[in-house]
Design a protein around this ligand. Sequence first.
Ligand code: ADP
Length: 313
Amino acid sequence: MIETRQITKRYGSFTAVDAISFKVEPGQVLGFLGPNGAGKSTTMKMVAGFLAPTSGSASVAGYDVQTHPLEAKRALGYLPEGAPSYGEMAVREFLGFIADVRGLRGEQRYQRIDDAVGRLHLERVLEQPIDTLSKGFKRRVGLAGAILHDPKVLILDEPTDGLDPNQKQEVRTLINSMARDKTIIISTHLLEEVHAVCSRAIIIAAGRILADATPAELEARSRYHQAVSLTATNLQQAKEALARVADIAAIEVDPQDNRITAFPKPGRAIFAAVGDALKAQGVVVRELALEAGRLDEVFRTITQGAAGQEART
Ligand code: ADP
């Protein structure tokens, strides 16, 4: 449904997006992750046909966005970063305008607007000029515009930016509900969002793809993958018990809350053995958890090689 081939954007001698190739299949929600200035927005703009690549190409629903822009855009809803243009328009007027541009007529026009307004909870701001809305409402108006013609492909640049935690949750639920019959790319710098909505994540930095994997595969690269963390009433006693578990490679104690993290030797599972050792020593355990892995640590490890990024932005 979405494909890029060696897509590249240069500004003078500066390469913002460097030969990025990927495919997204129906039903997938692809998360675009990367530090500020990584090239996420630039890539999305090129896929959405709003920015011409310097070289390479992108297609949506089988149509090249440069050579068949009308067909590609018909299949596509795009939420650009920031607030919608036409800020002086009231929300109802704006959605009506988008519906006209999208060629919606009659009963279908009415129904689609009604559906988008309902999904994004815009009922009480319909008569308000977009410029006068809060950042969260502006974002929701933009999203309503993007989904208005019920496109097969959605490209959403930071869809939850500016929303409060409840609104973030609502938009994530909306994205999940649409994921069944659409192909979606979202960009985010929020790792929790990757967990919440993405079936796959591409990490980019300095315009290049550094990782392309499922969230679980990324977590498996974490140092914390399969580690066991615990808190106990008696720290020393707990450490002594852990010292008896042969498959533990290392132990760390967080000085803030005395939380112990035990790291397994490569390929070993230690959860059961840790539980047994603590019990055998009579340690009173307050919390005991098996770690899936920490995406923030994986993200840092993968992107820190692209140092100098800040200086370039
Ligand atoms: P992200 O969305 O990951 O934060 P962007 O795609 O917005 O990153 O930007 C990628 C890089 O391209 C940044 O270093 C940015 O400063 C640069 N850039 C973006 N647009 C332009 C432009 N019109 N002219 C020059 N440089 C640009």
